[in-house]
Design a protein around this ligand. Structure first.
Ligand SMILES: Cc1cc2nc3c(=O)[nH]c(=O)nc-3n(C[C@H](O)[C@H](O)[C@H](O)COP(=O)(O)OP(=O)(O)OC[C@H]3O[C@@H](n4cnc5c(N)ncnc54)[C@H](O)[C@@H]3O)c2cc1C
Length: 292
């Protein structure tokens, strides 16, 4: 399959990107790693008249330690993150998540900005970023705004981005000290995308859970936090049977997707299992001790 004809520009700065967008209102699409956009264009699911390649905008590359956490530039590839021991050590669960995204080729090209901007309900990174309370930084000619990731994702392949917006970076605050995190995924075997993925981040003190974030992807129209599970975890005993009981709450209030890849009941079932595994692994990493 070949894409429809399109024009191509590769500005050498973010300002140049805004100029290109302004000159082609509504007709242009931003190109990052191309790992989602190009397949969509080949299938004619997207037919932009122009591609504005972000690759020349050096401002979008890099990883920085901020006062509250880590800022990751939108053009940072999955592989660059995998090769960044400092970022991996600061953000629990990140190494787990990157490892199960696609394959080496896709990880070499796919970017953090593209992964979040695409709004794919089955993408892995959004689940972990929700569990780490990430915010996205968005720039347009008019200025900059910062949006919590949970508000940024608005529907299936739908986000808070306007046509002339560029997602420039993701800000990830450091979780409480000694937080343990994990990502568990059941994948669609052909695409590797998540049929169900769950990220959990837990901090435990004196045998009880003091901080809990649990988020899922692949199951419903948008990746989102499982607040019923989080509420039950806070103050609960950090032992295996409590975690199992709480994991059983995961499907409550979730409307699972029902498509050719998996029926809704199956996704619900996977959600409970992935939640249980993620909670156990996160708790073990947070220092939970038990004897069985
Ligand atoms: C074979 C294969 C297997 C895959 N398996 C997985 C998997 O297991 N798990 C998973 O999570 N993903 C998977 N993916 C998807 C892959 O991770 C996505 O391509 C990637 O996350 C998107 O990033 P990108 O840089 O390639 O974005 P692009 O494809 O370049 O862009 C995607 C969309 O985001 C927009 N965009 C990109 N960057 C910005 C920005 N900075 N600001 C505003 N808009 C922007 C583009 O205009 C476009 O609409 C797979 C892809 C392939 C091809």
């Amino acid at each position: 399959m070949y894409p429809a004809e399109f024009a191509y520009e590769r500005p050498s700065s973010l300002d140049g990107v805004f100029t290109a967008l302004q000159q082609n209102p509504g007709d242009a699409k931003l190109l990052a790693g191309g790992q989602s956009l190009l397949p969509m264009m080949k299938l004619r699911l997207a037919t932009p008249a122009m591609l504005v390649d972000l690759a020349g905008a050096a401002e979008l590359r890099g990883q920085w330690r901020t006062d509250s956490g880590v800022r990751i530039g939108a053009l940072t590839s999955y592989r660059e993150l995998q090769r960044s021991p400092r970022t991996l050590s600061l953000l629990p669960g990140l190494a787990d998540t990157l490892e199960v995204i696609a394959d080496q080729q896709v990880r070499a090209r796919g970017t953090v900005g593209g992964a979040l901007a695409h709004g794919d309900p089955t993408a892995d990174l959004p689940a972990l970023m929700l569990a780490l309370d990430a915010e996205v930084r968005i720039r347009s000619r008019g200025g900059e705004r910062v949006v919590a990731l949970g508000d940024f994702i608005t529907g299936i392949f739908s986000t808070d981005l306007a046509d002339d917006d560029v997602l420039t970076a993701v800000d990830v605050p450091l979780p409480p000290p000694s937080t343990g995190a994990a990502y568990e995924k059941f994948e669609q075997p052909a695409s590797h995308l998540a049929l169900c993925g769950v990220a959990a981040a837990l901090a435990i003190e004196g045998g009880t859970i003091q901080h809990a974030r649990v988020a899922m992807t692949g199951v419903s129209a948008t990746p989102r936090r499982l607040t019923t599970v989080e509420d039950a975890l806070l103050g609960a005993a950090a032992d295996p049977s409590s975690l199992d009981e709480i994991a059983a709450l995961a499907p409550h209030g979730v409307e699972p997707l029902n498509d050719l890849h998996a029926p809704a009941e199956y996704r619900s079932h996977l959600l409970e299992i992935a939640t249980r595994r993620a909670l156990h692994r996160a708790a073990a990493r947070a220092g939970m001790r038990w004897t069985e």
